[in-house]
Design a protein around this ligand. Structure first.
Ligand code: MG
Length: 213
């Protein structure tokens, strides 16, 4: 791959492993938001959350569309999780990122405040030049195609110059269609829309090496 300029990382369950439990904690907050703020029954909340996630890629998009929530209130509420108890500095990832010359960016369906706190807790924030968050996407989350267009516009990047790293194959597919190279992180496998699979994000350097940049 000639001319790799940007490595774009998803945040949650990508920058740290799923086993850290951060998304579990956020999921609990989302559930409480639906029950306490919106007054939904527990079972209804569980069902709707699953439905919105499948249909829109995030629960938030469904809540905006069908329950007219204030996205800022929602984002502040659901990201109140004890990050310091769940995450710690990541020296291996820090070293791996140091060896990669391309510009590093976070591209997240969460808020930039949450992303900033995660990066700070892991002590790796210095590597990232930019956080493209859900507001930057006008609350139209990945995998909605406009999210990726927005990302490219904000970065002033050609898709061919981008490597996207995400734990969700569903979120990689639209990027692949635009011409980005895609890396799936975690226990997934090669499938449609996925160019590379790595077990953990610190291995991203091996992909960059394979691309010969
Ligand atoms: Mg993720």
């Amino acid at each position: 791959m000639k001319g790799l300029e940007f490595i774009i990382f998803d945040l949650d369950d990508t920058i740290y492993p799923r086993s850290a439990g951060v998304m579990q904690a956020i999921g609990d907050r989302i559930h409480r938001y639906m029950v306490e703020r919106l007054g939904l029954d527990e079972e209804v909340a569980v069902r709707l959350r699953r439905e919105y996630l499948t249909r829109y890629g995030t629960t938030m998009r469904g809540l905006i569309t069908h329950h007219h929530i204030d996205p800022e209130d929602y984002l502040a509420y659901v990201h109140q999780v004890p990050l310091a108890d769940l995450l710690s500095p990541a020296p291996r990832l820090d070293a791996a990122l140091s060896e990669i010359l391309a510009e590093k960016v976070i591209f997240t369906n969460a808020s930039r405040e949450h992303a900033g706190r995660v990066l700070q807790t892991m002590d790796i924030e210095r590597h990232f030049t930019r956080i493209v968050d859900i507001r930057d996407m006008d609350y139209r989350s990945k995998p909605h195609p406009t999210a990726y267009q927005r990302l490219l516009t904000l970065l002033g990047a050609r898709p061919q110059a981008c490597l996207l790293v995400d734990d969700s194959a569903r979120n990689l597919r639209p990027a692949r269609e635009l011409g980005m190279t895609t890396v799936l992180v975690g226990d997934g496998h090669l499938e449609d829309g996925v160019d590379f699979v790595i077990e953990e994000v610190a291995q991203v350097g091996s992909v960059v090496k394979k691309l010969g940049t």
